[in-house]
Design a protein around this ligand. Structure first.
Ligand code: GRF
Length: 225
């Protein structure tokens, strides 16, 4: 059975496109089954349709409250019986009960070195703090916003003259590589969420994996994949 992945996105969809491309190239052992969105005009939906992948949009305004919207969109996702749900630029806080039902099977990509800078405007906040480095994280989703256990990160040096826009532009292609590598590790069963945190090959991982210049994830003294 191929490892089935569904992506949730609210906007541009470049992370979705990176997964779709890697799957198409045979570089990622997954079947990308659907793109779901809370924004009926999200460009990500068009990318999915063009790639021949199911594209489904539900509008929050058609539901009485957040929890009923979340139950409805996750019910649509469940129809595909995915092994993994990837939130990639999905700009909604999800009902805690709904998230809990997908524990260990739902990840998010966030443009900061979590636990630094959960929430919005991460590039601006890195510059305001004078940080020497920035980065991106892929983490398991829990009820706490951007607060679940971090699986893997990529680091990026901040250079003189950087702006929020220049940081965002340099980080985005790194995010794509990080997301593809992390989904690969999950699909191959190397990484999972255990009772005490992230496990690599069944052993608790003391710190997040890190994507190296060689394009591989490194952690616990070894390369993954
Ligand atoms: C990315 O920066 C991601 O880290 C953040 O939202 C952005 C989504 O970009 N969560 P895209 O829609 O995948 O192009």
């Amino acid at each position: 059975m191929p490892y089935s992945v569904i992506v949730f996105a609210s906007g541009r969809g470049s992370n979705f496109a990176a997964l779709a491309q890697a799957a198409r190239d045979g570089a990622l052992p997954i079947r990308l089954d659907a793109l779901l969105s809370d924004k009926p005009d999200a460009p990500a939906l068009t990318l999915a349709r063009d790639a021949g992948i199911a594209a489904i949009a539900l509008a929050p305004r058609d539901f009485p409250d957040r929890a009923s919207f979340d139950r409805a969109i996750f019910a649509r996702a469940a129809e595909f019986a995915p092994d993994l749900i990837v939130l990639a630029g999905y700009l909604r806080v999800i009902d805690a009960g709904v998230v809990e039902a997908w524990r260990g099977r739902i990840i998010n990509i966030h443009p900061s070195l979590l636990p630094k800078y959960p929430g919005l405007h991460t590039h601006r906040r890195v510059l305001a703090a004078g940080d020497a480095e920035h980065g991106a994280s892929v983490h398991f989703v829990t009820a706490e916003l951007d607060g679940g256990p971090v699986i893997a990160q990529i680091h990026l040096a901040v250079v003189p003259g950087d702006t929020p826009e220049s940081l965002a532009a340099r980080l985005l292609p790194l995010e794509h590589r990080l997301l593809v590598a992390t989904v690969d590790a999950l699909a191959r069963g190397r990484v999972a969420l255990g009772a005490d945190g992230i496990e690599l090959d069944g052993r608790r991982l003391p710190a997040p994996l890190r994507l190296g210049a060689d394009g591989r994830l490194h952690g616990a003294g070894a390369a993954v994949g």
